[in-house]
Design a protein around this ligand. Sequence first.
Ligand SMILES: [Zn+2]
Length: 172
Amino acid sequence: MNLNLISTIAFCLVCSFSSCQNTNNTNTTTPKTTTSTTMDTPIKKTDEEWKKQLTSEQYYVLREKGTERPFTSQYNNFFEAGTYVCAGCNTELFTSTQKFDGHCGWPSFDGELGGGERVKKIKDLSHGMVRTEIVCAKCNGHLGHIFDDGPTASGLRYCVNGLSLGFKKAEK
Ligand SMILES: [Zn+2]
């Protein structure tokens, strides 16, 4: 117990020393925008920080679990080759080969990247329905819902708000 405490304190001391050194050395406050896909360090930001980073529409969808109006997303009828990332934290969530035309007015995918740990599934009983909400596991941003009526082999339909997504074009 005591040993644990001591090592925790020592660890914190080391951390604060190294962060001090970093600020002294680099002398910038630009936040790092890495595309790391490690899910063990969730992003925690205040509502104010999210409001600064996101557009008001993105904030409404990602942070307030809103739904964009159907057929309004630039990614609805969009089938270029590339990777779809979370608009909140840049985590790679879907690829263009997982996208299909769901005719539902929102970007639809039949699978996700990363073996299940990047897209979190949560039971959603709102609006008198039983649905499964999907959120980004890294920043907890609302993506949309997942249904089991997909037309492809997976049988899954990830119905995603385009406002929750960014797109990285495949390099040729
Ligand atoms: Zn995210």
